[in-house]
Design a protein around this ligand. Structure first.
Ligand code: SAM
Length: 239
């Protein structure tokens, strides 16, 4: 029983978690500060990535990050797809791709060296050895720069570099979700390619732009505790 003077169990749990949150690494770089935090204690600890002052993700769930890849692989038109994953983060998406024998190669574009380093430490269990998979190549580069300059093509392109098209970690990332960004993505997709984009909430204007450029667009929702669902947009058949 709780009273006006007694904190609820939920409040006590929240306060304890707050007390046990600590910074494991903090680095300054060209895209602002990047921080790895640990919330709670082993074996129930959760890791958090904060980039440029923006809470990017934690390791508490991972369902929607795995769905980003699972749904795109299930929709792939070729049996041995070349897969591009934008943003390593905690590695859930990469682990999902590498757990599947189908991908012929898996390219990961990650611009923060710190994030890659953390997979030799606290985040290793979430990527589950996928960085050492012979099919995996981690490219340390900005995704937008890299895609604008490449002549390469992928059958499956899975993007999760922001909290979504309407909530980007740096302003320049916003260029990915406009028509100019979609033109670049259409160019790097193989003719029968599938594009998957993650968002922390529905992004109706982005969906409209996808519908203007792709014949088939689907929205997959993953219900989460905080309210708005995590969303995966799946787009295929370039117009
Ligand atoms: C939300 S996390 C990715 C989560 C990932 N899907 C997972 O399963 O854990 C976003 C990642 O994208 C990276 N990132 C952000 N902007 C980027 C960009 N323009 N180019 C490459 N990587 C970027 C961040 O450093 C971060 O590691």
């Amino acid at each position: 029983m709780t009273s006006a003077t007694q904190p609820s169990l939920a409040a006590l749990v929240a306060r304890t978690a707050e007390r046990t949150t600590r910074v494991l690494d903090r680095r300054d770089g060209p895209y602002g500060e990047i921080v790895l935090r640990q919330r709670g204690e082993s074996p129930d600890e959760v890791y958090e990535i904060i980039a440029n002052g923006c809470f990017l993700m934690d390791t508490a769930d991972g369902r929607s990050e795995r769905l980003l890849v699972r749904a795109a692989l299930d929709a792939a038109a070729v049996p041995r797809p070349a897969v591009l994953i934008g943003g390593l983060g905690a590695g859930f998406s990469l682990a999902e791709a590498a757990a599947d024998p189908a991908p012929a190669r898996i390219t990961v574009l990650e611009r923060e060296a710190a994030v890659v380093d953390w997979h030799s430490g606290p985040l290793a269990r979430f990527s589950a050895g996928a960085l050492d998979d012979p099919r995996t190549e981690v490219v340390a580069a900005d995704l937008l720069d890299q895609l604008r300059g490449t002549t390469d093509h992928w059958d499956v392109v899975c993007l999760d570099i922001d909290n979504g098209p309407d909530w980007t970690v740096t302003d320049a990332n916003g260029g990915l979700y406009g028509f100019a960004g979609l033109t670049v993505l259409q160019r790097v997709l193989a003719p029968s390619g599938v594009l998957a984009v993650w968002s922390a909430a529905p992004a109706p204007e982005f969906e409209e732009r996808l519908r203007a450029r792709f014949q088939q667009v689907r929205q997959l929702d993953v219900h989460v505790e905080r309210g708005a669902p995590d969303v995966v947009y799946l787009a295929s058949r370039v117009k």
